[in-house]
Design a binder for this molecule. Structure first.
Ligand SMILES: Cc1cc2nc3c(=O)[nH]c(=O)nc-3n(C[C@H](O)[C@H](O)[C@H](O)COP(=O)(O)OP(=O)(O)OC[C@H]3O[C@@H](n4cnc5c(N)ncnc54)[C@H](O)[C@@H]3O)c2cc1C
Length: 340
């Protein structure tokens, strides 16, 4: 059976290296468990996390009769201790209840940054009152804190985050490169646990109806701070709705909650490739412009003829955007009706 791990999570070895207990959480309910283990193994060696300090908790669905299915996973295990925890179905609550009661003195919990791993990582951090960061690409220990790196602003910037507090719960970016082949020949201490077995949970799935993405439309409207307030953005949305144009916005628009966050255009949001983008009251800051520069044509409407977007547009109209767009949509509507 598994040995009880030491209370203290920092251990000083003979050569003075201060190692740290950490726990890998692995989800074996889906097909990608090999991929998860390869990624985790590579991440551990790249970030100097010692195999002997690691402990893995693997949630799985194999009953006692076909438990040997786990042997092939054990061979790939990048840490020295593994506990297989049975549950008859994958329900995050079951895993969270189990993990909350298993305090093994770890300073660090590692998950794979897929949809399941990110969810468990964030939710467990709340339960353990720890710190959470998802989708990291590297991690190191710096005196009493962790330093994590992750890509931000749609992958354009590599951000460094200092995590001061424990435990730290991190998920590894799912596109983190895995090692070419596994090489874990050392023995692994294995134990089994059936305490996560629960029949009290019912899984309910609601089918998601896929909306047509605004990025697919030939033409898109992008609102900027020049629209001044939510009422003006709503008026633009109403006109746009009548002529079937999707509406998105610059960062100030989204930050002011004039439009939903998933409508943000720019380095921190969506990069558009539509045929035509009509920009209303947008100055054309570089972080925004990155989001529209791949559009085939750009029309901008701005009261300031010297705004940076003017030179970057195929057609720049100088004037009040609400007024001009209202007239424009009226003309388009008339054209529609004429053609019907
Ligand atoms: C790390 C980082 C990431 C960022 N990521 C993004 C991002 O992804 N997307 C993004 O948009 N921004 C982003 N920003 C912010 C960006 O730098 C700009 O601040 C932002 O794009 C400005 O938005 P805007 O053009 O709507 O507003 P403003 O720059 O304030 O421009 C408003 C424009 O409206 C014009 N105007 C005013 N009244 C009218 C009117 N009645 N009619 C017509 N025109 C009018 C003004 O002349 C002005 O040019 C980021 C910034 C940082 C630091």
């Amino acid at each position: 059976m598994l040995q009880k791990l030491p209370e203290s999570c920092l251990i000083t070895t003979k050569n003075g290296y201060r190692s740290m207990k950490y726990t890998l959480i692995i989800n074996n309910f889906y097909d990608n468990v090999r991929e998860q283990l390869l990624k985790l193994g590579h991440f551990l060696s790249e970030n100097n996390l010692k195999r002997d300090d690691g402990y893995a908790i693997v949630f799985h669905k194999y009953s006692a009769e076909n438990i040997q299915a786990l042997d092939s996973i054990t061979e790939l295990m990048p840490v020295s201790h593994v506990r297989y925890v049975y549950s008859n179905q994958y329900v995050p609550e079951i895993c969270l209840d189990y993990l909350t009661t298993q305090d093994n003195g770890s300073s660090l919990y590692l998950f794979i940054g897929d949809i399941w791993g990110n969810e468990l990582c964030a939710r467990l951090s709340v339960r353990l009152k720890g710190l959470c960061i998802t989708d990291i690409t590297s991690l190191c220990r710096k005196s009493n804190l962790f330093l994590a790196k992750k890509k931000i602003c749609s992958g354009h910037i590599l951000g460094s985050f200092e995590l001061t507090g424990e435990p730290c719960l991190v998920s590894i970016n799912k596109s983190y490169d895995e090692a070419a082949s596994p090489s874990h020949s050392e023995s692994v201490e294995v134990s089994y646990d059936r305490t996560a077995l629960s029949t009290g949970y019912e899984l309910q799935f609601t089918p998601v109806v896929k909306e047509e993405s605004f990025t697919d439309s030939p033409c898109i409207l992008v609102c900027g701070l020049g629209l001044s307030n939510k009422e003006h953005v709503l008026a633009v949305e109403n006109c746009a709705g009548e002529i079937n144009l999707p509406v998105a916005g610059s960062r100030p628009c989204v930050m002011n909650a004039w439009l939903p966050v998933d409508r943000l255009i720019g380095v921190s949001g969506t990069i558009l490739k539509n045929n035509l983008a009509i920009l209303l009251g947008v100055s054309g800051a570089p972080a925004f412009y990155t989001g529209v520069e791949k559009c085939k044509h750009i029309i901008s409407i701005n009261t300031d003829k010297d705004a940076p977007i003017t030179k970057k547009s195929d057609l720049a109209i100088c004037g009040d955007c609400t007024e001009i767009f209202t007239k424009f949509s009226k003309l388009v509507k008339e054209e529609y009706q004429h053609n019907e």
